[in-house]
Design a protein around this ligand. Structure first.
Ligand code: PLP
Length: 436
């Protein structure tokens, strides 16, 4: 009865992020989770599932880490929060900004903190534009992003998001956002020439596109992109909200490409979801420019920029990622996962391309002519997998029919085996029902 009450209250009062009319009106919540342990989640009915998406690509150290809970409690009790505006500071925020400078291993030296990835993106666009104002080039204000990109849902981040349905949700967008193809650097060069480099502030890209369907850039892509940015004096920003903190088998996704950004957005894995935190890192050179603010004040700051409890949680989370070698595990378990997906591919006619980097992977579905099904099958397989004990996500934007998988970085070989078995059974079940 308690469960029924929760379901009714949910239906009546809770407008879910990315809620679907069909799903919510008919049946209410599919899972009301109450507990998590490692890669597993348990709902109020006692059903246990593998969290094959690390929830929203963020629970990198897995669920139920009491070490983090203890740190949160200690910091909450001592000083949960104090302002970081202007000359005020607190120790967790200071130590975290220093730790991030150590981890980012390029010349990214300073961090501006936010509460999440969308705010990190909006901050990056505003800071990039203000940087050019400080350099006496206020006409450099356009932001270029990629088709199939996802940068968040605040107004700037929505405007930068390449995936059209997210932009079309709002009848009006922020000005000065432009988009280029997600694999062809030549198109970036053409757009810059057409618009005039002197009008462009920055180019932003996810090292691996996540929400758009786990699209991995060609090996030379970011090197070429960086060259184009340098030639045209355009800031190169990476959005590491998903790819940061070990997800791809390196601390940051861009490390796979041997280039460094001028700014880097992060969120999610910085706390593994144990607290709300994000930010933008800046190079020493950009940081120096902000120290010389001609306007006197950096008029950009959130109440929760540098939240003491969230920063303490991040420090503990990063310590766990380091001491448990979760980056190495993401790399080796990523190979297991990809091998498992290839085995599934060999077993099923309806599986097309599979791809992955670290613990970020995707599997596409096609009909017998290797074309897309008229009605995507991935949502059916995702539903079937959930029934059988695995949470994964279907991506159907841009005519795709893909399932993406991104389990916690603590996952073991045995757990990958279980994940693959459930996915394989789910595909088999749905495949049997499709008129081929
Ligand atoms: N950037 C990327 C690459 C993301 O994947 C996300 C969220 O999924 C965001 C930004 C937005 O982050 P948030 O949902 O914390 O605002």
């Amino acid at each position: 009865d308690d469960i029924r009450e929760l379901e009714e209250l949910d239906k009546n009062h809770f407008l879910h992020p990315t809620s679907s009319i069909q799903q919510q009106q008919d049946a209410g919540p599919s899972f009301i989770f109450k507990e998590g342990r490692g890669v597993y989640l348990e709902d109020v009915k006692g059903k246990i599932v593998i969290d094959g998406m690390s929830s929203l690509w963020n629970v990198n150290v897995g669920h139920g880490r009491s070490e983090i809970g203890e740190v949160a409690k200690e910091q909450m009790t001592k000083l949960a929060y104090s302002s970081c505006f202007a000359t005020f500071s607190n120790e967790p925020a200071i130590r975290l900004s220093a730790k991030l400078a150590e981890l980012a291993s390029s010349d990214l030296m300073a961090t501006f903190f936010t509460s999440g990835g969308s705010e990190a993106n909006d901050s990056a666009y505003k800071l990039a534009r203000h940087y050019w104002m400080l350099k006496g080039k206020p006409e450099r204000k356009k932001i270029i992003s990629r088709t199939k990109s996802y940068h968040g849902v605040s107004m700037g981040a929505t405007s930068a998001t390449g995936l059209k349905p997210f932009r079309e949700f709002s009848s009006s967008l922020a000005p000065d956002f432009y988009y280029v193809d997600h694999v062809e650097p030549v198109m970036l060069r053409e757009l810059i020439e057409a618009e005039g480099p002197e009008t462009i502030a920055a180019f932003i890209a996810e090292p691996v596109q996540g929400a758009g369907g786990v699209h991995i850039a060609p090996a030379t892509y970011f090197k070429e992109v960086k060259e184009i940015c340098v030639e045209n004096e355009i800031l190169f920003i990476t959005d590491e909200v998903i790819t940061g903190f070990g997800r791809t088998g390196k601390w940051f996704g861009i490390e796979h490409y041997g280039v460094t950004p001028d700014m880097m957005c992060f969120a999610k894995g910085v706390t593994s979801g144990y607290a709300q935190l994000g930010g933008v890192m800046l190079t020493e050179q950009i940081h120096e420019e902000f120290k010389k603010l001609s306007t006197g004040t950096l008029l950009h700051g959130y109440t929760y920029s540098g939240h003491a409890m969230a920063c303490a949680v991040a420090l503990k989370n990063l310590e766990l990622i380091e001491t448990e070698n979760l980056i190495g595990n993401a790399e080796s378990m990523g190979k297991e996962l990809l091998a498992g997906l290839m085995w599934i591919q060999a077993n099923h006619k309806i599986v097309g391309e599979v791809r992955g980097l670290g613990l970020m992977a995707a599997i596409e579905f096609v009909d017998e002519d290797q074309k897309k099904f008229q009605t995507p099958v991935s949502p059916l397989i995702v539903n079937e997998a959930a029934k059988r004990g695995l949470i994964c996500r279907s991506v159907i934007f841009d005519g795709q029919d893909t399932i993406v998988i991104a389990p916690p970085l603590i996952i073991t070989k045995e757990e990958i085996g279980n994940l693959i078995r459930i996915l394989d059974d789910s595909i088999k079940e749905i495949e049997g029902k499709i008129p081929l």
